[in-house]
Each structure stands twice: as structure tokens, then as C-alpha cells.
Design a protein around this ligand. Structure first.
Ligand code: PLP
Length: 462
């Protein structure tokens, strides 16, 4: 179907051309034909501008990713310098280049637990998809071809390729796409506010999550379960902070049944939670770690998979038996994004981004709670470091959510945009994950403007 371009959208404008030509991810493709896009034309610091000249604070750093804001010239120069020196080379068949080597070394030096080797891909989805295949390959190497099932969590997000979407536990990523594939299973979402029972403490809920996980592994047969994926804080599922003692309790269950733990640090990596890795914030000891987004401050696409020595030895042995590790992308470790990522990691160290996040993170968390925890529309405020969210509720006392059909969250996101703040609605959760360089004054401006939008919504709902 092709509805007519609405009259509010000028012919030949960016919006009209977009409607005519582009198919947008995460968009109602029919509604888009009427409403059109917000066309962003430039960025500076934590702000972006649209093609009408309106400025916004990017409270999501784009998609939880533009960690150094939108105008870092050192990253631009690193890309240009690498383009001049060697604009492309690959890493198949034992070819290599210096940006790839340097980046792999830097990641291993910064890993939260001892890791052995780094594999590069282009996106978080590709990194997780690659790990799915590595885990299967690893268990074939160990002579246990039946140990192949993979556990994700309800509301977990690991991407949208066929396998990574199967790990993801969000209904809109499954519906009508014929995923999850067989062999991908999901365990309880560790969200105390939504799934904790009346009177159940966070610790008791964490115990229940670990018990549920063990029940699932036993029901499937431990000899068939290979790995579990976990984001330290679940991002796209709604900034879900694990209940106290959660990882402390689930990791022994995984170890007991020799189930590998994959930490998906695509959002939490690189200081987002106040430590270099979310794994450090929550005491996670992964066998495999995936990262992307802030790895290159998102100036160019690149992702990485870090594997520990046990996993590497399995992969190495199997590749030797077959004759090759038959996996990799044309752009695995592409020199230009790799050079930008090297510069990004240097900038995190030089700028003291960790100390900065440890100062402004609590400031943002305190601001969110102080301003919004008592608001009539807000059920829960949560987060740590520079990642946070408010969850709307129709009834504060019972936690009853709004009917999703009313699209209250997306309405608030639109009002927020009108007030100059780009947030993101995940159903009725509004997230904040600004560039890590945000200042206290910019946090105040972001939360003041968002607060105005929240009050406007409350007035509209009366
Ligand atoms: N894993 C997590 C935790 C993510 O948040 C995302 C994207 O938001 C992905 C994986 C997928 O990354 P990409 O969109 O680069 O494929």
C-alpha cells in the first residue's frame, strides 16, 4: 500500500523524500507514510539539530551509543588518517593490520576477567550471532554435539539477526518473524518491580530467579544446554537493573551444569554503569563477552567478541581438525573503525571518563529520583551510572501498567521531543542513556525539559 503524502509534508522536502524512499527499522511503516521522520542534520556535544533548526539534547546518545557526543574531532581525524594509510584490509586467512592488533590488545588489557582472544564483527547482533556459532563449534570440539541449547531471558535484547533475535526475549522482535528458532529458550526476567511477588525482597526474588534457571536447565537436560546470555543491565527490555545478589546466585547454577556465560556488554561496556564493564558493577565472570556501540563511540560500526582461553582452545582445536575456522565477515576488524575504536579507548583513559561518570552518574540518578519518583504517572525510577529510566504506571500503588494500546510511553517520548529532549519509549519505559561527556548543567536541562513533558502528559490524561 502507498497512502498519499499528507499535505503537512512539503513536496521534495527531506521528509517527503524519506517517506518515498526509506524503510525504517523499529517503525510502524504505515503510520510513517503519514507522519514522516525527524531528520537530523548535525550534532555538537550532547546535542543534535533537525532540518528545521530545532535542537535537542540526545538523552539516549542515539541508541545508547554515541558515548563521546556528536563532535569529537580526534575520532574524525583518526578515521581520516587511517583512510589515507590503509582504507581497507581484511583479516581472513591469517592477514592482519595494525589497528586490529592494537585494538585486540587494548581490549584484552581492559577485560573484566582474563580473556584470551578477540574476534571482530560490525554490530552487536553480529557479535552475538558469531558467539552462537562459536558455542556450537566449541561443543562439537569437545565431543558433545547434543549440548547446543541457548538460554536468553524474557526482555533480554541481543540483536536482530536470526540467531541473536532468537536469544532476544522481546515479543516485537519475534512476532511475525518466525523466531525464536528451535533450541533457544528464555528464563525469567529479573525485574523485581514487575515480577517480584507481594512482600518478596530483592534477594528472595534473585533466589527464585536462580531456582527457575536451574529448573529450566534440568527440564531441558543439562547435557543439552550450552550457554546463557545476559546483559548486566537489560537495556532495550526497559533498563532493568538486576535485583541484589542476582548474578551471585545464577552463576553457580551455570557452573554446576557447565553452561557458558556470555556477558552482552553492548550497552553497559565502556563506563556506562560507572565501571569499565557492567560485569564489574554486578560481579559477573563471563566466559565470553560481546561489545559494540561505545567501542568506537559509534562513529563507525564495529563490535568485538572476547573469549576466554578454555573457549579459545576448543575453537582452535576444532579449526585445526577441520582445517579452518570457517567464520568471519568481510569487514571483521576493518582498519578504519578499528582505528577509531583505538582512539576511543585512548580518549576514555585520557579524559578520565570513568571518574566523570562516577561523578555525574549519581547526579543524574538523584535527579531522576528527586524529580520523578513521586510523580503521579511514575511507577518506578531505576538505573545506575549514566543509564536510567522511569516506568509509567496507571496505578502507583498496585504497579498496574497502562493499556499498551493507548501508547502512553510513545506519547511521552513525542512530548519530550517537543520539549527538546530525545528519549526513547520502550512501551511505557522512558530511558536515559546520554553521552558519557554530559555535564551536570546539561543533566539539569535534560531533566527539567523532560519533566515539563511529563507534566503536559499528566494534564492531557486528566
Ligand atoms: N546487545 C545489546 C545489549 C543491545 O542493546 C543491542 C542493540 O541495541 C544489540 C545487542 C544489537 O546491536 P546492533 O544493533 O549493533 O546489532
Amino acid at each position: 500500500m502507498n497512502p498519499p503524502t499528507p499535505s503537512a509534508i512539503r513536496p521534495n522536502s527531506n521528509a517527503a523524500r524519506d517517506i518515498a524512499a526509506a524503510l525504517h527499522p523499529y517503525t510502524d511503516l504505515v503510520a510513517h507514510q503519514q507522519i514522516g521522520p525527524v531528520v537530523i542534520t548535525r550534532g555538537e556535544g550532547v546535542r543534535v539539530w533537525d532540518d528545521a533548526g530545532k535542537s535537542y539534547i540526545e538523552a539516549m546518545a542515539g541508541l545508547w551509543c554515541a558515548s563521546l557526543g556528536f563532535s569529537n574531532q580526534r575520532l574524525v581525524e583518526a578515521a581520516v588518517a587511517q583512510m589515507r594509510r590503509l582504507p581497507f584490509y581484511h583479516s581472513f586467512s591469517a592477514k592482519s593490520h595494525e589497528p586490529l592488533i592494537e585494538l585486540a590488545e587494548m581490549l584484552l588489557a581492559r577485560a573484566p576477567v582474563p580473556m584470551s582472544k578477540v574476534f571482530f564483527a560490525n554490530s552487536g547482533s553480529e557479535a552475538n550471532d558469531s558467539v552462537v556459532k562459536m558455542v556450537w563449534y566449541f561443543n562439537n570440539a569437545l565431543g558433545r554435539p547434543q549440548k547446543k541449547k541457548l538460554i536468553g531471558r524474557v526482555k533480554g535484547y541481543h540483536g536482530i539477526t536470526t540467531a541473536s533475535a532468537s536469544l532476544t526475549g522481546i515479543p516485537t522482535n519475534h512476532r511475525s518473524f518466525d523466531v525464536p528458532l528451535a533450541g533457544f529458550i528464555h528464563t525469567l526476567c529479573p525485574h523485581h518491580y514487575r515480577f517480584g511477588e507481594a512482600g518478596e525482597s530483592e534477594e528472595a526474588f534473585a533466589t527464585r530467579c536462580a531456582e527457575e534457571l536451574e529448573k529450566l536447565i534440568l527440564a531441558e537436560g543439562p547435557e543439552t544446554v550450552a550457554a546463557m546470555w545476559a546483559e548486566p543491565i537489560m537495556g532495550a527490555g526497559g533498563v532493568i537493573v538486576p535485583p541484589a545478589t542476582y548474578f551471585e546466585k545464577i552463576q553457580p547454577v551455570l557452573r554446576k551444569y557447565d553452561v557458558l556465560l556470555v556477558a552482552d556488554e553492548v550497552i553497559c561496556g565502556f563506563w556506562r554503569t560507572g565501571n569499565y564493564w557492567g560485569s564489574q558493577t554486578y560481579g559477573i565472570q563471563p566466559d565470553i563477552l560481546t561489545c559494540a556501540k561505545a567501542l568506537s563511540a559509534s562513529y563507525l560500526p564495529i563490535s568485538a567478541v572476547l573469549v576466554n582461553d578454555r573457549v579459545f582452545q576448543g575453537l582452535a582445536q576444532e579449526s585445526h581438525r577441520i582445517g579452518t575456522f570457517g567464520h568471519g565477515f568481510t569487514y571483521s576488524g576493518h582498519p578504519v573503525p578499528a582505528a577509531v575504536a583505538v582512539e576511543t579507548l585512548k580518549l576514555y583513559d585520557e579524559l578520565g571518563i570513568g571518574e566523570h561518570v562516577r561523578r555525574v552518574g549519581p547526579y543524574m540518578q538523584d535527579g531522576l529520583r528527586r524529580r520523578f519518583a513521586d510523580h503521579e504517572l511514575v511507577g518506578e525510577v531505576r538505573g545506575t551510572g549514566l543509564i536510567g529510566a522511569i516506568e509509567l504506571a496507571e496505578d502507583k500503588a498496585t504497579h498496574k501498567p497502562f493499556d499498551p494500546a493507548r501508547k502512553i510511553g510513545p506519547r511521552l517520548a513525542k512530548l519530550s521531543e517537543a520539549n527538546g529532549v530525545i528519549s526513547r519509549a520502550m512501551v511505557d519505559v522512558l530511558a536515559f542513556s546520554p553521552p558519557l561527556i554530559i555535564t551536570e548543567a546539561e543533566i539539569d536541562e535534560m531533566l527539567d525539559n523532560f519533566g515539563r513533558a511529563l507534566d503536559q502528559l499528566a494534564a492531557e490524561l486528566k
